[in-house]
Design a protein around this ligand. Structure first.
Ligand code: ASP
Length: 581
């Protein structure tokens, strides 16, 4: 090797030894005839010292050096007179006596430091330089660790990793497919997998019993901070199991990762039903690091002449503890905030519980002091609190209150970023009605099994059928989801009917799966975790991008390699594709 040690491992035990280090120049400082260089590699930073009075032969070479040059330096490890306690190598330095420039560097377009001066777009363009920064590199290292630990755990549990194809046929996970034209089959296309769902089920039919894969998935969706067109899942499937078995197995994986990566014993994960989550937190991925639960007021506030409440399917609120001093202006601002389309409320009613014990509301006309007292009691409110109430359609109001709850939690500093609160959300509805297309959609996907008792309801009241499905949520982020699957041809066919597929279309798209169910398909179920999201949560990050080596920007572009890009006329012709513009 070109080096004897890395830039992160030398300390007082090595003083006197001759070593050779290789790395990038982070910083050069000249001080009274001495030149100091911080040499960086993946493992750390070590200080090099050049005494050019003693070694005039090095003078010319040292003067050539600049930031991000790649060098090799040989010298003796010596104790530093002024130590740097912030880094593990801070007690020593290398008194260099020979130096080789392995490669020069242009001045980098931004500083390679934790607090860089580079903007997002510039750093994406030079991602290989951004990745040199410790804060970015450690995210990628964390990702590696989590992948290795996951593989070890899954292997220990008897799961085998099997690769499934990337050029496949559309799988309905609710997003658009990326497609790939086939040269050999003119006019036909492959789709990139949104997940390996059907393949992992076929692996169960094949008898593999326990499958997993850390796998790339592709979804052509509008991008947000926690979405990328390509992302990774820890995808898993098991045979001969109930929901209980799956929750236990994967709670085991999650606890293992919490312990190994974060050093945290989370205890058993609470389980909460979908209905309860919506009712109490206004979200199917509740952040349970703080309380401020939703309180329903229908029974208390209706039929008092206040039309907004009378017409509403749901009147409910939260108690913003200690906020009674909110000014008119602050409340107006909050009202505008809940009326934004992202929150979607039509207005905000408040009850101020003054520190003197008096209650005042924005609807005093309709409710007496005693009424307000009764409402306040429902919230267990105390003098000093501010109750915020929304009203409207059930789900919309729940969602809006859920969003308001999170916002108030943030504003009041109730959400501790260092705390982790995982939980399972269970008992999802199987189907979701879409008003625009006037049809049911699978809430999870069409392969999810209904709760057996509810199967007859598929004919009479599909909307009320419960699914054998579950999500893992950590701190308000959906980290994974899965279900017990349908493994019977007739039930699968029925499910496609309920979803509005003709039998022909169902057969054309999923005949391979339904056929397989006729050859001894075992009962099975599984789950998939969003690996990038999980890394982001454990790494304390904001965006999954920061935990991917080469992510795409908000418009789905890789600005470094400049793609998507056009292809040549010749390629288009070969693929039988005619562009219309
Ligand atoms: N394939 C599903 C998804 O990507 C997960 C599962 O049901 O296992 O969400």
């Amino acid at each position: 090797m070109l080096r004897t040690h890395t830039c992160g491992e030398l300390n007082m035990q090595f003083t006197g030894q001759f070593v050779t280090l290789c790395g990038w120049i982070q910083r050069i400082r000249e001080m009274g005839g001495m030149t100091f260089i911080d040499l960086r590699d993946r493992y750390g930073i070590t200080q090099l010292v050049f005494n050019l009075q003693v070694q005039p032969d090095l003078f010319a070479k040292v003067k050539e050096l600049g930031r991000e040059f790649v060098i090799s330096a040989k010298g003796r490890v010596a104790e530093r007179s002024s130590k740097n306690t912030k880094i593990p190598t801070g007690d020593i330095e290398i008194l260099v006596d020979s130096l080789e420039i392995l490669n020069a560097s242009k001045i980098p377009p931004f500083t390679i430091e934790d607090n860089t001066d580079g903007g997002e777009e510039l750093r994406m363009k030079y991602r290989y330089l951004d990745l040199r920064r410790t804060v970015v590199r450690t995210n990628i290292e964390l990702r590696h660790r989590m992948a290795i630990l996951t593989r070890n755990y899954m292997n220990e549990q008897g799961f085998i990793e099997i690769e499934t194809p990337v050029l496949i046929k559309s799988t309905p996970e609710g997003a658009r497919d990326f497609v790939v034209p086939s040269r050999m089959n003119p006019g036909q296309f492959y789709a990139l997998p949104q997940s390996p769902q059907t393949f992992k089920q076929l692996l169960m039919v094949a008898g593999f019993d326990r499958y997993f894969q850390v796998v790339k998935c592709f979804r052509d969706e509008d991008l947000r901070a926690d979405r990328q067109p390509e992302f990774s899942q820890i995808d898993c499937e098991m045979s001969f199991v109930t929901q209980e078995d799956i929750l236990n197995t994967f709670e085991g994986l999650a606890k293992y990762l919490f312990a190994q990566v974060k050093g945290i014993d989370t205890g058993d994960f609470p389980r909460i039903g979908y209905d309860e989550a919506m009712r109490e937190y206004g979200s199917d991925k509740p952040d349970i690091r703080f309380g401020m639960k939703l309180v329903e007021l229908n029974a208390t506030v209706k039929n008092r002449g206040f039309k907004v409440f009378d017409d509403a399917e749901l009147v409910a609120g939260i108690n913003a503890t200690g906020c009674c001093e909110y000014s008119r202006k602050q409340i107006d601002e909050l009202t505008d905030w809940v009326k934004r389309p992202q929150v979607g409320a039509s207005g905000l009613v408040y009850i101020r519980y003054g520190t003197d014990g008096t209650l005042k509301s924005s609807v005093d006309k309709f409710y007496s002091a005693d009424d307000l007292k009764a409402i306040a009691a429902q919230f267990s409110a105390a003098p000093g609190d501010l109750i915020l109430i929304l009203a409207g359609k059930m789900e919309k109001t729940q969602n809006a209150l859920g969003t308001l709850r999170l916002e108030m939690g943030k504003r009041l500093g109730l959400i501790d970023p260092k705390v982790f609160k995982p939980l399972w959300v269970v008992n999802f509805p199987l189907l979701e009605w879409d008003e625009d297309s006037k049809r049911f959609y699978a809430k999870h996907h069409p392969f999810t099994s209904p709760v057996p008792q509810d199967i007859p309801l598929l004919d009479t009241d599909p909307g009320s059928v419960r699914a054998n499905a579950y999500d893992l949520v950590i701190n308000g982020v959906e980290i994974g989801g899965g279900s017990i699957r349908i493994h019977n041809r007739d039930l699968q066919k029925k499910m496609f009917q309920v979803l509005g597929f003709t039998d022909e279309l169902a057969q054309e798209q999923f005949g391979f799966l339904m056929n397989a169910f006729e050859y001894g398909a075992p009962p099975h179920g599984g789950i998939a975790f969003g690996f990038d999201r999980w890394c982001t949560i454990f790494g304390g990050g904001e965006s999954i991008r920061d935990f991917m080596a080469f992510p795409k920007n908000n418009s789905g572009r890789d600005v470094m390699i400049d793609t998507p890009s056009s292809i040549s006329e010749e390629q288009l012709k070969e693929l039988n594709i005619k562009l219309t513009s």
